[in-house]
Design a protein around this ligand. Structure first.
Ligand SMILES: [Zn+2]
Length: 264
């Protein structure tokens, strides 16, 4: 049974599973697991306020933060765990990281400064003084593979590992449609006009709270002109001669692999 997000509940059961974070990393047991049974983490629960993530295989999954790391456990970086995660594990980890990040940034009301409280039955924080509610923040981004015949446009940002190229991506602005964001980002980053947008799929990317909306589009006009400071280099690539590509867990790689499958 797939992981599903359910309304949060208060009571914990013996069979529940727990994801714990310590200083921004995931707590990992001696055997490498990070979905801890209640029996293993009973002493740690005293440290942690828990939030329910959802249900997986009929069992509730919770997340909490611990300040002190006991002996016998260690931590692992979120990115490294995501690289090896199954789709369900990816969702659980992405949700755990995003919710704890959001909770840490919404301890006080943004309007009047009063300490916020959990709202029963909802994933939300409420202000007991003025009634303002805060919900987990999600930042939608577009990510797009631009095609020109058999070629695809891949670019690299200055932060990428040497030799790596990826699809174009950027945040959707307030008040902007998804489609307009795709056209704007492509023109801003590489100076190219596109059309015929095709939605492909989406992916949560918890660094810290992006929702990637993946598209394909067709080249219309313009010469590649990399945006200074954002794009170090951008080129048209054929399936036969590719640069270093993003890891297979990423939606950018999914878009690239999909293009390759259709081009060969
Ligand atoms: Zn308030």
């Amino acid at each position: 049974m797939r992981f599903v997000i359910t309304p949060p509940r208060e009571a914990r059961a013996e069979s529940d599973l727990f994801v714990l974070l310590h200083k921004g990393e995931i707590v990992v047991s001696a055997t490498g697991g990070y979905l801890h049974p209640l029996s293993d983490i009973c002493p740690l629960l005293k440290q942690s306020a828990l939030s329910m993530l959802g249900e997986w295989q009929g069992v509730a999954v919770w997340v909490g933060i611990i300040d002190d790391l006991p002996q016998g456990v260690t931590t692992a970086g979120v990115r490294s765990l995501l690289m090896m995660a199954s789709p369900d594990e990816f969702t659980i980890l992405a949700r755990a990281v995003q919710l704890t990040h959001w909770l840490g940034q919404h301890r006080f009301c943004g309007r009047c400064g009063t300490a916020t409280m959990a709202i029963e039955g909802e994933m939300a924080r409420g202000c007991p003084a003025c009634g303002l509610r805060a919900y987990p923040r999600i930042s939608p981004c577009i990510i797009v593979l631009v095609r020109r015949g058999r070629e695809a446009l891949l670019a690299r940002s200055p932060q990428f590992a040497p030799g790596r190229y990826s699809t174009l991506a950027g945040f959707i602005e307030a008040g902007e449609t998804v489609e307009d964001a795709v056209h704007r980002e492509v023109f801003e980053e590489v100076g190219v006009r596109i059309d015929n947008l095709r939605y492909v799929s989406s992916q949560s990317w918890p660094f810290p709270h992006s929702l990637m909306l993946g598209f394909e589009a067709d080249y219309v006009s313009g010469d590649i002109t990399p945006q200074p400071g954002e794009i170090e280099d951008a080129q048209w690539w054929t399936p036969e001669a590719l640069p270093d590509l993003p890891p297979s867990v990423s939606i950018s790689r999914l878009l690239i692999d999909r293009w390759l499958a259709h081009s060969r």
